[in-house]
Structure formats: structure tokens, C-alpha cells
Design a protein around this ligand. Structure first.
Ligand code: ZN
Length: 187
């Protein structure tokens, strides 16, 4: 596609971001039993933010639909900046892990760095965790109980660092954690 998203109306730019993300993730599936198309996840992350009062924050919603393209596809920061602007590229970079680090280290970094990130990056991360926990509960990946509990504990720890950023979304996450822990049991 050769449209120029930066010059179009907001809805067109957001749709173009969705189209771009869908193309980049076209061969990816979610980890859950249903192996849903990966793009469902970033769309859900953006939808939750729109419903939480950020429907007019076009750059946040674009960053949300694009939030995994740096980590999981060949997309570069420069490409994002060119297509969707510096602000969007910046937020996507903020929420992208450094994949050259071992997983355990990335998890620790997520906890230790989130408080210093921009408000948009914090909101996006919060919505991302809500979507992921929702999936662990409703479309569970092939994880044992211990791994699920570790994921819940880690997510809770990340969000504890940014307490107050959005009470309603935080309450939603707390409720999902309770549901998830009840479902998995005390194994
Ligand atoms: Zn995500």
C-alpha cells in the first residue's frame, strides 16, 4: 500500500496501522488452544484503551495496534517512524523488550523500568497485560499451574510499579488476576 498515513484523517491512519500490523503478523498465531490469529491481540489491546477513555488518542491507539511488530517481526523503528510518525514509533519502542536479553532478564527489566516510561507506554503495557491474562484464562496456552501463577505474579508486580495510572484498568486487571488464580488453584 502506498497511502501516506500521516496526512490522512485519524480513522484512516488508525486503519492503516491495523492493516500494517496484520500484514506483519500474518504468519503468527497466539499461544492458546485456539491458536487465534495474532492480530486479534493488538486489536484487543487498542480496543480496551479506546473503551477506557482514550478513544481520541489516535497515537496511543496506533501504538497499541503496532505494539508487537518490533519484537516479533522484521519491522524497524525507522520504518514505523516514517509510516506512522515519531511519536507512535517512540511509544512502540518503549514497550518493546530487548530480545537479545535472556527471557528472565527481560521480565526483571519490565518491572524495573516501567515507572520511568511515558504515560502512554504505561497505559499500553497495562492494557497488554490485561489482554494477556484474559487469554491465559479464556484461551489457555499449554502452561502448567506453576507457570501460570508465575505469570500472574509477574504481571501484578509490573502493574504495582505504576499504581494509579488508570484505576479502572488496574481494577480490571486485579479482578482478572483473582479469576485466574481461582481457576488455576493453589498448585
Ligand atoms: Zn502484547
Amino acid at each position: 500500500m502506498t497511502l501516506t498515513p500521516l496526512s490522512g484523517p485519524p480513522t484512516a491512519r488508525l486503519l492503516e496501522a491495523i492493516y500494517f500490523a496484520a500484514e506483519q503478523h500474518r504468519d503468527h498465531r497466539r499461544k492458546g488452544q485456539t491458536a487465534a490469529p495474532y492480530i486479534n491481540h493488538p486489536i484487543l489491546v487498542a480496543t480496551q484503551l479506546a473503551r477506557a477513555g482514550f478513544g481520541d488518542d489516535e497515537e496511543l491507539l496506533m501504538a497499541a495496534v503496532l505494539h508487537d511488530v518490533i519484537e516479533d517481526t522484521e519491522t524497524t523503528r525507522a520504518e514505523l517512524a516514517r509510516k506512522f510518525g515519531e511519536a507512535v514509533a517512540g511509544v512502540v519502542m518503549e514497550v518493546s523488550d530487548d530480545k537479545s536479553l535472556p527471557e528472565q532478564e527481560r521480565k526483571l527489566m519490565a518491572v524495573s523500568t516501567i515507572a520511568a516510561k511515558s504515560g502512554r507506554a504505561q497505559l499500553l503495557k497495562l492494557s497488554d497485560l490485561i489482554a494477556n491474562i484474559r487469554d491465559v484464562i479464556h484461551q489457555p496456552p499449554n502452561w502448567n499451574a506453576g507457570r501460570k501463577h508465575r505469570y500472574f505474579d509477574w504481571a501484578e508486580n509490573v502493574v504495582r510499579q505504576i499504581r494509579g495510572v488508570h484505576p479502572a484498568l488496574e481494577a480490571e486487571l486485579a479482578q482478572l488476576l483473582e479469576e485466574g488464580r481461582r481457576q488455576v488453584g493453589s498448585t
